[in-house]
Each structure stands twice: as structure tokens, then as C-alpha cells.
Design a protein around this ligand. Structure first.
Ligand code: UD1
Ligand code: MG
Length: 457
């Protein structure tokens, strides 16, 4: 096998997206388009990867990090000009270079590998990944001669009516003999409708020099989508979503309504977990086996154990144990650590709190900046008062504590092991272990008071 290099084109603004965000950074199932491309290329045996950046260069670099080298294209004069920016890094090196556009997020490593193989088997100087699609509008068309051999690529905007009838398109992915590529690039002109230096023109230049130029036509039509506007972005999202859901189902996850389930690429889910409709699972979430998630639940970057049930709730950047029961309508905010066998019921908000094994907050509570021990029962409507308007303070509730309904725990405060807090208390001082604390006004009953009032009238 020859040396292999990759060039990813990611310098364009993406005018047709009509967006502040640079095109290749638009996410598909939570991951920027260009990251999808790089992740697939990383699976191949590549000696050197160069990403051409320009618009939003710093942001693209920050996104991709060390995975790639970078070449800066200061002015976006076209795709050939873009590849030319990698000249100092790649020119003259023996081997094969794959060029991929950063706006084709659905392309798979397997397809690129087949492209490489085809290119190498035919000892070609250029091999274009092509596809036949129903609506080729906007794509470059593959022009073949009478013998069926590739002659050149004509961009949609430059094509004649007859050429526009051709439905074999350039997917924007190619393999080139690296030495020939950088030689040919020097001869590309910008004499076309868009006054741009087109990379596809390299094909015609090599052909005219009598070199072997071929096409590898893929049947994986869904992989070839180039995202230039938000309509195509939604299409890419739909295809990627199906792919992810299908993979999860094949791994043993039940998804009741895949068309209404939104799982990002890096999510891991265990066997026999059931995902109910309207559920969105994002980021680096890991869910164990035998869980039930949803309906209508949003989970972002959480680690969840086995046999946990989360209904109609939201959970972010937190740890959630096994056999935990959350919701309906609960809110788990970042940095929470909910241990095994916990119950978090309806209209309960947990923020930056450790919630110990077997403890319960079943209804209408706010528990923020807290350390809750094991087997604690937090009564309906009880809250931690963690904020004095300037600073946040910690509430500690030790094991086996019982907090009566509608209590306020004014932090910083500790309720000792096994203590009871009477309903309606506002606790401002520490409660010793095993004590009963009552912090509310004594009840006064004025006998017959209402009758007397009525007599005065
Ligand atoms: C390109 C191809 C077209 C093909 C289609 C497949 C050209 C001239 N046309 O068209 O034949 O059918 O992709 O999706 O190549 N870029 C740069 N610098 C530039 C210009 C573009 O880095 O100066 C990058 C863009 O960020 C983008 C990629 O190259 O990721 C492709 O550019 P785009 O403008 O989307 O080309 P298309 O019109 O889609
Ligand atoms: Mg494009």
C-alpha cells in the first residue's frame, strides 16, 4: 500500500447557510459536520491529515484539535486554491491523497477505503467518488466520453442545459496521486461563471495529459449529501439520526418511535433499555442496561446506572445511579451525584448536590449545593436556602434524617444523623443528631373569636 494523505476543505463561509456560525461547524446530531468527516478519516490508515481553514479558522482548529494539521486559506478563491494551501506540507510526497469537503458529514470510512482501493488497483492519477441521484441540482456533473470514460467535471452553474440533464454527480471526495495533484493545481484557472479556482478542473487537466482518470460510483447515496443550506442540513440530520437509532437498536436498545427519538453520536446505551418517544439524549451520555427513559425527556452528558427510570424530565452533566426513579417533571442540574435506589419525584429540582443511597425527595423540592446522606426523606415542598443574594452555601443532611414538609434549611447548616425536622420549620442553626427540631411559631387558638367578630357587625 502506498502512503496516504488527506486534505479536508473547511475554509468556506457557507453563504447559503445564512448563519453567524461557519458552515462546517453546524452540528449534525450534535457533532459539527467537519468533525464527522475527520472522525471517519481517522479510521483510515492515513500518514498525514491537513485541514484547510479560513472562515472561523480558530474555531475550526479549536474543534478539531490535534487530530489534524492545518493550512490557512486567507481568501477563499475556490476549492483548487484551497488544496493549494497544503502545498508546503504535501507537495512532492509520493503517495495518494484523498480530498474531502468538510460539508459532507455523512461520508463513511468504508466508502473512502473502497475509493482508495479502486484508485490504487487502476493505478489512476485521479479517482472521483460519484453517485447517480434523482435531483442533481447544485452538484458538479460527471462528463463521460463515448467510451464511458470520465472526461471532466462541469459545475452546475457552468453547465449547459444538456449537461444539467446528467444525474451522475461529483460527491466532492476524490483520490489523487499526490505528486500529480500539486503539479496539476498550478494549471487550474478561474475562467468560469464564479471566477473561482475549481478543484474538479484537475480531473480534466490530468485527462488531457493522457493520465488515467476514473470514477468510483457509490450506491450509498445517503453518504454523498453536500450540505450547503439548512434544508440539506435537516436532511443530513434525519439520515444521521436514522443511522444512530438503527445502530442502537441493533445493539439491543428498544426505541419505541425512532422518528421521534434524538440520540447524539457519542451516546452509549445498554441492552434492554427502552427509550420512549420525544426523548433527546445528548453529549457524552452513558446509560446502563434495563433502564426506561422518556417519554419527553432530555438528558445531556449524564452517566446513568442500570434499571433506572426517568420520565418527562431533564438531566444535565450529572451522575445518576442504578434503580433510581426520577420524574415525572424533575430537573437534575449539573454536578449532581445521585446514588443508587434514590427517588426524585415530581417538580423536584436538584443542583450540585450529592443525594445518598435510598434517599427520597418525592414532591415539590429544591435541593441545591447540598450533601444528602443515605435513607433521608425530604418532605413535600422542603427546600435548601442556599443563596443570600451574593454567595452560595452548603446544606448538609446526614444519614437517616427526616425533613418534614415545607421546611426551609437556611445554609450553611447541618442536620445531624437521624434527626427530625418538624414540618414548616425554618432551620437556621445546626440540628444535632437524633434531635427533633421545631422552628416555627407556636399555634394559638382563640376560641369563639369569629362569632364575636360577627356580633360586632
Ligand atoms: C463542490 C464541488 C462540486 C461537488 C460538490 C459536492 C467545486 C468547485 N465544486 O461544490 O463539484 O458536486 O462540492 O458537495 O469544488 N472551500 C474552501 N475554500 C474555498 C471554497 C470552498 O475551503 O475557497 C470548502 C468549503 O468550506 C466546503 C467545500 O470546500 O467545505 C466545498 O465548497 P462548496 O462551496 O460547498 O462547494 P459546492 O458548491 O458544494
Ligand atoms: Mg458544498
Amino acid at each position: 500500500m502506498s502512503n496516504r494523505y488527506a486534505v479536508i476543505l473547511a475554509a468556506g463561509q457557507g453563504t447559503r447557510m445564512k448563519s453567524k456560525l461557519y458552515k462546517v461547524l453546524h452540528p449534525v446530531c450534535g457533532k459539527p459536520m467537519v468533525q464527522h468527516v475527520v472522525d471517519q478519516i481517522t479510521k483510515l490508515d492515513i500518514q498525514e491529515m491537513v485541514t484547510v481553514i479560513g472562515h472561523g479558522a480558530d474555531k475550526v482548529k479549536a474543534q478539531l484539535g490535534e487530530a489534524s494539521h492545518y493550512a490557512l486559506q486567507e481568501e477563499q478563491l475556490g476549492t483548487a486554491h484551497a488544496v493549494m494551501q497544503a502545498q508546503s506540507m504535501l507537495e512532492g510526497k509520493e503517495g495518494v491523497t484523498i480530498v474531502v469537503c468538510g460539508d459532507t458529514p455523512l461520508i463513511k470510512a468504508e466508502t473512502m477505503e473502497s475509493l482508495f482501493r479502486h484508485h490504487e488497483e487502476l493505478s489512476a492519477k485521479a479517482t472521483i467518488l460519484t453517485a447517480r441521484i434523482d435531483n442533481p441540482t447544485g452538484y458538479g456533473r460527471i462528463i463521460r466520453n463515448e467510451e464511458g470514460l470520465v472526461e471532466k467535471i462541469v459545475e452546475h452553474k457552468d453547465a449547459t442545459d444538456a449537461e444539467r440533464e446528467i444525474n451522475e454527480i461529483n460527491t466532492g471526495t476524490y483520490c489523487f496521486d499526490n505528486v500529480a495533484l500539486f503539479e496539476a493545481l498550478k494549471n487550474v484557472s478561474n475562467d468560469n461563471v464564479q471566477s473561482e479556482y475549481y478543484l474538479p478542473d484537475v480531473v480534466e487537466i490530468l485527462k488531457k495529459q493522457g493520465e488515467v482518470v476514473t470514477a468510483y460510483q457509490t450506491n450509498e447515496l445517503e453518504e454523498t449529501l453536500g450540505v450547503n443550506d439548512r434544508v440539506a442540513l435537516a436532511e443530513a440530520e434525519r439520515i444521521m439520526r436514522n443511522r444512530i437509532n438503527e445502530q442502537q437498536m441493533r445493539n439491543g436498545v428498544t426505541i419505541m418511535d425512532p422518528a421521534n427519538t434524538y440520540i447524539e453520536t457519542d451516546v452509549v446505551i445498554g441492552q434492554d433499555t427502552v427509550i420512549l418517544p420525544g426523548t433527546i439524549i445528548k453529549g457524552k451520555t452513558v446509560i446502563g442496561a434495563d433502564c426506561q427513559i422518556g417519554p419527553n425527556t432530555e438528558i445531556e452528558s449524564c452517566e446513568i446506572g442500570d434499571e433506572t427510570v426517568i420520565r418527562q424530565s431533564a438531566a444535565y452533566k450529572s451522575l445518576i445511579g442504578s434503580r433510581v426513579n426520577i420524574g415525572p417533571f424533575a430537573h437534575i442540574r449539573p454536578d449532581s451525584d445521585i446514588k443508587d435506589d434514590v427517588k426524585i419525584g415530581n417538580f423536584v429540582e436538584i443542583k450540585k448536590a450529592v443525594f445518598g443511597e435510598g434517599s427520597k425527595a418525592s414532591h415539590l423540592s429544591y435541593i441545591g449545593d447540598a450533601e444528602v446522606g443515605k435513607n433521608v426523606n425530604i418532605g413535600c415542598g422542603s427546600i435548601t436556602v442556599n443563596y443570600d443574594g451574593k454567595n452560595k452555601f452548603l446544606t448538609k443532611i446526614e444519614d437517616d434524617v427526616f425533613i418534614g414538609c415545607n421546611s426551609n434549611l437556611v445554609a450553611p447548616v447541618t442536620v445531624g444523623k437521624g434527626a427530625y425536622v418538624a414540618a414548616g420549620s425554618t432551620i437556621t442553626k445546626d440540628v444535632p443528631g437524633s434531635a427533633l427540631s421545631i422552628a416555627r411559631a407556636h399555634q394559638v387558638n382563640k376560641e369563639n373569636y369569629v362569632d364575636k367578630l360577627n356580633q360586632k357587625k
